[in-house]
Ligand binder design. Structure first.
Ligand code: PGA
Length: 253
């Protein structure tokens, strides 16, 4: 049975002390009421917090993720953080292709493919984000958009590499807006995504691929989203900054 995951993307929020308090509060809640069986929990704090939070969560089952990495492995790229650096900080997964990276930092398909590759080469798991913007959904071309995002940055991977990728479908119109995709819309798209994986990698790999939903997911809507057969969990932004709320989402399975 494929892994189900609830991952928190803290984005550019918290300083080191408040980030440590947030992680501690989550650990505390999980020691009282652990995640359901077969549900993995991940948090993606800002780069500056990673080493500290790594030490803090070492004894827990929480997976440490980063929010981005450079598309080059090393060299004169001032301000960038490489996949190898993240690995050495104890990171296990890296969010790649978040819509905020795509739109504000102009990350294109080719750069994202290089990032995915570097994350895999450094023995971490990419959490690959993709999804259409509102205009594309209104024009009815969301499937084509998603298909090209997957084909251009992910489907070059070998079978062995692809099995290590976690997908996160995040319709851009639902991110941070309070507008959530209906469970029906999420299921329809996740089912379509799985059909693309079947066509490229076959049934068995497609069945084992975790596909998260992201975009205004909270405890009041997560249970219905997670009840859909192709929705394997969530990538949670705003609601992951509140430990109790994030813990409630983990228990929406
Ligand atoms: P949101 O963000 O939950 O705040 O909408 C989701 C995301 O950007 O991953």
């Amino acid at each position: 049975m494929r892994k189900r995951i609830v991952a928190g993307n803290w984005k550019m929020n918290t300083d080191i002390e408040s980030g440590k308090r947030l992680a501690a509060a989550l650990m505390n809640l999980l020691s009282g009421k652990p995640a359901p069986l077969n549900v993995g929990v991940a948090i993606a704090p800002p780069f500056t917090h990673l080493s500290e939070i790594r030490k803090q969560i070492d004894t827990s089952k929480i997976c440490l993720a980063a929010q981005n990495c450079a598309s080059e492995s090393s060299g004169a790229f001032t301000g960038e953080v490489s996949a190898g650096m993240l690995k050495s900080a104890g990171v296990m997964a890296v969010i790649i292709g978040h819509s905020e990276r795509r739109s504000y930092f102009h990350e294109d398909h080719a750069a994202l493919a290089k990032k995915v590759d570097l994350v895999l080469k450094n023995d971490m798991r990419p959490v690959f984000c993709f999804g259409e913007v509102l205009g594309e959904r209104n024009a009815g071309i969301q499937n084509q958009i998603v298909e090209s995002q997957l084909k251009e940055s992910l489907f070059q991977l070998s079978e062995a590499d692809f099995t290590r990728v976690i997908l996160a479908y995040e319709p851009v119109w639902a991110i941070g807006t309070g507008v959530v995709a209906t469970p029906g819309q999420a299921q329809e798209m996740h089912h379509f995504i799985r059909s693309l994986i079947i066509a490229r990698y076959g049934n068995e790999i497609a069945e084992d691929t975790t596909i998260l939903y992201g975009g205004s997911c909270k405890s009041s809507n997560a249970a219905e989203l997670f009840s859909k057969p192709d929705v394997d969990g969530g990538l949670i932004g705003g609601a992951s900054l509140d430990a109790a709320e994030f813990h409630r989402i983990i228990h929406c399975f």
